[in-house]
Design a protein around this ligand. Structure first.
Ligand code: CA
Length: 236
């Protein structure tokens, strides 16, 4: 993650800390804005919409706790709370003001930057949740949705009995590969296979009649003589 476009709002009233933070964070590539009291922190937050707030607990006009609560009422912006004593951390954590992390003065710039990056990374991960794996299959003109148990061909919904659906799903999942008759029978019928060697062929024939433009000259499900069947891997 590049920090070049990240703006950190530093809410801090002690000048020595302000200077060190401006220098250190700017060197790390962050843009730094400073608020010197609690009210200014809230105002500047609304004005500049920073990517993260480094919030001192003890601030004039409005405490860090109140600033945190105020901002949390409308925003999930990452907030790192800074306390003077480690015992204060327990207090603010107990108050559940909604900060993402806490650091105690004195802190090393290296540690602080590591915390900032960790919080930013975590926050970005939350903003972009991993999309649930899409199991729908789209192969050329055939679209299959296992969740909804739907198949459409050339944008028309096609009704398929369970075994035909499973057969098509298996073939589409292995598009471009030859699946042997034994393998298909094993996967679709398994132990319940009647033993009639024609069952598979009958299902393939029915399937073709529903999805092929010309079932007598199949282009989607092709027969590989002596081996089995293949769903042709068409351009998507
Ligand atoms: Ca202070």
């Amino acid at each position: 993650m590049s920090s070049t476009e990240m703006t950190i709002l530093v809410a801090e009233d002690e000048e020595s800390f302000v200077e060190a933070l401006e220098l250190g964070l700017t060197r790390e590539g962050f843009t730094v804005e400073v608020a010197r009291d609690g009210q200014e922190a809230v105002d500047k937050f609304e004005m500049i919409q920073p990517d993260l707030i480094l919030l001192d607990l003890m601030l004039p006009k409005m405490s860090g706790i109140d600033v945190c609560r105020t901002i949390r009422a409308s925003s999930q912006v990452p907030i790192i709370m800074v306390t003077a004593k480690s015992t204060e951390i327990d207090t603010v954590v107990g108050l559940e003001v909604g900060a993402d992390d806490y650091v105690t003065k004195p802190y090393s710039m290296r540690e602080l930057v590591a915390r900032i990056r960790a919080v930013l990374r975590r926050h970005q991960g939350e903003e972009m949740p991993a999309t649930p794996r899409d199991r729908t299959l789209k192969r050329g003109e055939v679209f299959l949705d296992p969740e909804r148990h739907e198949v459409s061909v050339r944008n028309k919904l096609v009704k398929l009995p369970l075994k035909e659906f499973e057969l098509l799903e298996l073939l589409m999942n292995n598009a471009g590969k030859v699946l042997t008759r034994d393998m298909i029978i094993d996967r679709i019928w398994g132990a319940y296979y009647s033993g009639d060697t024609k069952t598979l062929d009958v299902h393939v024939k029915r399937l073709r009649s529903k999805i092929e433009r010309d079932p007598s000259s199949p282009k989607l499900i092709t027969t590989i003589r002596g081996l089995g069947y293949r769903f042709e891997d068409q351009k998507r």
